[in-house]
Ligand binder design. Structure first.
Ligand code: TXA
Ligand code: MG
Length: 325
């Protein structure tokens, strides 16, 4: 159910009063607070269980707002935002004095993004302030791509979640750091380095993000409750059968499942195209968690380089990385 204007009104009133609200974006749902209000942003951290000192993205309602919240905007950043905003691209830039420390985690930079979801933009415009919004999940868990995911995870702590339907992209925004000498990819997402070269003439360098003390660069981020292992498509079903002898297994697969699987195995089929795969992945992991599986065996999808499939592979690798105790 897509929300009516009365709910938008309510969201704006709550945000203006320093409360947090779950809002849809085209990537994943965000847990939003007035980004100019310290104590409101702190509420976001405490509800998510996110340790302080991690930066959150500041979401603006128009491209020109970049000049209010960044104190320097290099030509590459201008070209990127003209080409891709509103859309799934976050630009890390030197912050202006208008950005509170709690938003940047004390860093000299700020992550800025103008999301493409009409409901989000309407709320931000009516509020007249930028919105600090991390993904609306508990810290370290899979991001929500539907309003009901947010309600299940955080519902009792959040007074309102606006329902904007399932997220079109399904994985978090691409993050490009423009605060150094050359543009660097900090997180792969819906917009790829190839897209940025083609449409904005910006060459983005890909590095491993090591040394960045921020969530999303932690190896085990984006994980469901169940342990996750990855299997090449030719080995997937054999692995599933072996594991299913010992524990309750869920499978994320592409294409048809074999007809003779043990009854205890839960399966979720994800889309064939890279876009469908990104769109389906988090809902698939959440659904297997809900079915109480102990182990998720996910296919390693074959994806075209330069597609959003690379962001999916990144998230699957993180979901299957060893977790801290
Ligand atoms: O698609 C998205 O980006 C979603 C929607 C809600 O907009 N938001 C999201 O936020 O994924 P979050 O907080 O879950 O992840 C934001 C990531 C952080 O993990 C951090 O790595 C990076 O953005 N980030 C934010 N500000 C930064 C900064 N100043 N420097 C480096 N990285 C930053
Ligand atoms: Mg997140």
């Amino acid at each position: 159910m897509v929300e009516q204007s009365a709910d938008v009104e309510r969201a704006v009133r709550l945000l203006a009063a320093g409360e947090v609200v779950g809002l849809p974006t085209e990537t994943v749902y965000g847990l939003a607070a007035d980004g100019s209000n310290d104590s409101a942003v702190r509420k976001v951290f405490s509800i998510k269980g996110r340790p302080p000192g991690h930066p959150v993205i500041l979401h603006v309602a128009q491209p020109d707002d970049v000049h209010r919240y960044a104190h320097a905007v290099p030509p590459e950043a201008e070209r990127l935002l003209r080409a891709f905003w509103p859309g799934p691209l976050t630009l890390v830039l030197p912050r202006s004095a208008l950005v509170p420390d709690v938003v940047t985690g004390g860093l000299p930079t700020v992550g800025l993004r103008m999301p493409a979801h009409p409901l989000f933009l309407e709320v931000a415009r009516r509020l007249g302030r930028p919105l600090a919004a991390p993904s609306a999940n508990r810290f370290g868990r899979v991001s929500p791509t539907r309003a009901e995911h947010v309600r299940l995870d955080l519902g009792k702590d959040v007074p309102l979640v606006l329902d904007g339907g399932p997220c079109a992209v399904g994985v978090e925004s691409t993050i490009v750091d423009l605060s150094g000498k050359s543009p660097r990819l900090r997180r792969p997402g819906g917009i790829t380095p190839e897209d940025m070269l083609e449409r904005a003439d910006v060459r983005v360098f890909v590095d491993d993000g090591e040394g960045l003390p921020v969530p999303g660069s932690l190896p085990s981020h984006y994980a469901p409750r169940a342990t996750v292992v990855l299997a090449a498509s030719g080995e997937l079903w054999q692995r599933v059968r072996t594991e299913a002898l010992r524990r309750r297994v869920g499978v994320v697969h592409r294409g048809a499942a074999p007809p003779d699987l043990p009854d205890s195995v839960a399966t979720v089929r994800v889309g064939e195209s890279e876009q469908e795969l990104a769109h389906d992945l988090y809902a698939a992991l959440r659904s297997l968690d809900e079915q109480g599986v102990e182990l998720v065996v996910s296919v390693i999808p074959e994806v075209a380089s330069g597609s959003v499939g690379e962001a999916v592979l990144d998230r699957l690798k993180r979901a299957s990385a060893p977790r801290p105790e």
